[in-house]
Design a protein. Structure first.
Length: 446
């Protein structure tokens, strides 16, 4: 039996993205919203809007009991978390399970497993995924950690076990820097996640960031290929594109990620993230157990609606296709148009006085923004996702230049100037891109 009414527990462009898919599927749309979003497009387009007002705007989307209450009162069959907020909160999933409401995503146990970077690393290593040399358990003793670092060989990286988004990570180049880096990482991990456990692994120099899109139904899994997302600032992605690998490597890594998903009984959309070294070797990084911001890149090159597929498996449907049914066509690029100072990456909230996004052949723009929209300063700075598709990478880049030149946003600072310069930069054009790209190309910041 399919869902009749789904609650969207999110805001902004991803809420609008989910709403459109629910409409396509003939499912009623309910949505929660804070005071700042009461006039937003997804709220105005929903069938039912449920206000959760709080003195702290974030609490409108983070208060588990308030969201569960909304889902119960509105008699929703399921809740779609989008990304961020409660999307990876196992306690939230358990509360929904207790109320007989479906969470559109993996089980609480799987979220707990994958949310612990040490446990996730061990599980994926057992499934055959390649991992960098490192600790297999949390480390708190400085002497033990330092000895392990010496065995692995510098440089190493210290990571929070419960972490994500690059928070607290410390790269250590030599032994006499280790003790202070360990304390700093533990402190930041405790502050951000309430968990000071950390682990140490080999730092991959000159690395590229490559991720694989996976869909599982709890028993079987298929993959939709890779996305390349090495252009980042503060470990947050700015430009994503795909495909990037040759067919043989895609098949090799694709088989591994499917095995990893099946090993843990994964149900829903997931992204398996890797670092790829200068030799082309892959090292497992983490699994994001939710829809990704950049799922749109994969949709353009495969022709499949990933959000719809995630909802269908949540309804209890088996995978609707086999691996051999998935084909890749052309090339797609996504630029995140954040409302930020393009030099310092400081958020730039404010009212959009003029706002025009491009359209036409091979162009997609996912946005909740419009002229008169008040960009809040309390939420993520993502204003729009601008994508282009082309018959090959050069075609997609050329179309992105045109699309960026057509885009008009006034009233806030934004990253369009940076993206436009990236599209002309020689290393980018030659595919010579690592996760240090922005650090190594400071001239792009203007």
């Amino acid at each position: 039996m399919g869902f009749k009414r789904v609650l969207i527990a999110n805001r902004g462009e991803i809420a609008l993205r989910i709403l459109r898919t629910l409409r396509d599927m003939g499912i009623e749309v309910a949505i929660i919203h804070g005071r700042e979003d009461r006039l937003s497009i997804p709220v105005r387009l929903s069938d039912i809007a449920y206000p959760i007002y709080s003195s702290n705007p974030l609490d409108s989307y983070l208060n588990i009991e308030a969201v569960v209450k909304a889902a119960k009162e509105l008699e929703c069959d399921a809740v779609h978390p989008g990304y961020g907020f409660l999307a990876e909160n196992a306690e939230f999933v358990r509360r929904l399970e207790e109320e007989g409401i479906t969470f559109i995503g993996p089980s609480a146990d799987v979220i707990t497993l994958l949310g612990d970077k040490i446990e996730a690393r061990a599980a994926m290593e057992a499934a055959g995924l390649p991992t960098a040399k490192g600790s297999s358990e949390p480390i708190s003793d400085q002497k033990v950690a330092s000895t392990l670092a010496e065995e692995i060989g510098y440089p190493v990286i210290i990571k929070a076990a419960a972490g994500g988004g690059g928070i607290g990570m410390q790269i250590v180049e030599k032994g006499d820097e280790f003790a202070s880096a360990l304390k700093l990482c533990q402190s930041r991990a405790k502050s951000a996640f309430g968990d000071e456990r950390v682990f140490v692994e080999k730092y991959i120099q000159g690395a590229q960031h490559v991720e694989f899109q996976v869909l599982g139904d709890g028993k079987n899994a298929i993959h939709f290929g890779e996305r390349f997302c090495s252009i980042q600032r503060r470990h947050q992605k700015l430009v994503e594109e795909g495909p990037w690998l040759d067919d043989a490597k895609r098949t090799e890594i694709g088989n591994l990620v499917c095995r990893g998903a099946e090993t843990v009984g994964y149900k829903g959309l997931a992204t398996f993230e890797f670092l790829r070294d200068a030799n082309g070797d892959f090292y497992f990084l983490e699994v994001n157990p939710r829809v990704q911001v950049e799922h749109t890149v994969t949709e353009l090159i495969t022709g499949h609606n990933l959000v719809e597929l995630g909802i269908r498996v949540a309804q209890g449907e088996d995978l609707p296709m086999k691996q051999e049914d998935i084909k890749w066509r052309g090339h797609a690029i996504q630029c995140r148009l954040n409302a930020e100072d393009p030099k310092e990456f400081i958020p730039s909230p404010g009212r959009l006085w003029e706002c025009h996004f491009p359209s036409g052949f091979g162009i997609r723009c996912d946005t909740h923004a419009h002229a008169g929209y008040e960009m809040p300063g309390c939420f993520d700075s993502l204003l729009a996702k601008l994508l282009t598709w082309g018959k090959d990478r050069e075609d997609a880049i050329s179309r992105m230049r045109t699309a960026l030149d057509e885009t008009t946003i006034t009233g806030v600072q934004h990253l369009i100037p940076l993206h436009r310069r990236i599209m002309d930069e020689e290393d980018f054009l030659n595919r010579e891109v690592t996760i240090q790209y922005i650090d190594n190309h400071q001239e792009l910041l203007g």
